[in-house]
Design a protein around this ligand. Structure first.
Ligand code: OGA
Ligand code: NI
Length: 341
């Protein structure tokens, strides 16, 4: 547990050498402006009769940015606040209370660890601790979740069910926008739903370190909740732009699988998390993944003579192997699966 940032970072005056990113990937100290064109979609419209309007807004956001924020999303606001609070309480607990979920075994279905799944072999460590567990179906996994804070399981169960429900509603809007059948992203495809809480403690050199380096999400879609501390950045048209924290909003991010299924119509954006020198930052990521054996391929209805498939079919687990082995979390991870012209 001594590797956890929360065990030692508050006493660190200098950033240890093995947290310093190479010059080309470190954030540096240039100011990064907020992305003020990032769509903020009010989901009330979708459920107040103006569904076509919401379908259109979501589709355009997914095509142009691959990321957007949603407000009036139907997840209970008090529950959102309470989930953030209970996760903060978890990371604030003394080590002895976290010890039974700490693990260096990446195959554990619930674990607290630091940096990536491959701490021993990675060149540079990430400035984050992460608590991650499966949550679907809940009853299969809840007994593995943290027992402290005492209300953790109760709060996170409610949160997981509601965000899981939100994910179905958003995927339905995306399906409709693409013209896929309404059940394309149904139970046949969806497998693991992961709750992943990041804790980024204050960092002595935010210009040299990263909470998460530039990556695309490997999954289908991500629902990210940030607290009021900024740190999420989007790489767009060759520059970094900040994603402004909005209270009680989710940042929705498309993963690589959405890009493949849509045959490149939708985009999976590159993004990263930076740190800062004064504040603890928490983000809670709810990740929707295909089943390991699911065949991922461009949806047949999107393919015709003028739109040939850009990707070959693969099993999701094959993709994950490439994503992890290549240690190339960007566009390059899809390279092996592209159909060469
Ligand atoms: C992620 C991610 C960003 C953040 O977990 O995949 O991009 O702000 N997190 O924590
Ligand atoms: Ni991400």
């Amino acid at each position: 547990m001594e590797k956890l940032l929360s065990s030692w970072s508050s006493a660190a005056i200098h950033l240890p050498e093995n947290y310093v990113f190479p010059v080309h990937s470190r954030p540096g100290d240039a100011t990064v402006p907020f992305c003020n064109t990032l769509p903020i979609i009010d989901l009330n419209t979708a459920f107040a009769g103006a569904r076509q309007d919401a379908v259109q807004q979501v589709l355009e956001a997914c095509q142009d940015f691959g990321v957007f924020q949603v407000i009036n999303h139907g997840v209970d606001e008090d529950l959102v606040i309470d989930t953030m609070r209970v996760v903060k309480e978890f990371f604030d607990m003394p080590n002895e209370d976290k010890a039974n979920v700490y693990s260096e075994d990446p195959n554990k279905k619930c674990r607290l660890y630091t940096s990536t799944y491959d701490y021993e072999n990675e060149k540079v460590h990430l400035w984050r601790d992460n608590l991650r567990h499966h949550c679907h179906p809940i009853d299969e996994f809840i007994h593995l979740w943290p027992q402290k804070p005492a209300r953790y399981r109760d709060v996170v169960k409610k949160y997981s069910l509601q965000v899981g429900d939100l994910s179905s509603r958003i995927l339905d809007l995306i399906c409709e926008g693409l013209g896929l059948g309404p059940t394309y992203f149904g139970d046949g495809l969806i497998g693991a739903q992961l709750f992943s809480a990041n804790h980024y403690p204050p960092c002595p050199n935010p210009d040299l370190a990263l909470g998460l380096p530039k990556h695309c999400d490997a999954n289908l879609i991500t629902f990210l909740l940030q607290d009021d501390i900024y740190g999420l950045q989007l790489y767009r048209n060759g520059e970094w732009l900040g994603i402004e924290p909005i209270p009680n909003a989710f940042v929705v991010i498309l993963g690589h699988q959405a890009q493949v299924i849509s045959n490149g119509k939708l985009t999976s954006p590159e993004h990263r998390a930076v740190t800062n020198s004064t504040d603890h930052r928490i983000s809670i990521v709810y990740s929707i993944n295909p089943k390991p054996d699911s065949i991922i391929e461009p949806a047949k209805v999107l393919i015709n003579d003028s739109n040939p498939p850009l990707y070959q079919a693969f099993q999701f687990k094959e993709f994950l192997k490439t994503y992890e082995v290549k240690k190339d979390y960007n566009e390059g991870a899809l390279e092996d699966f592209k159909i060469k012209a």
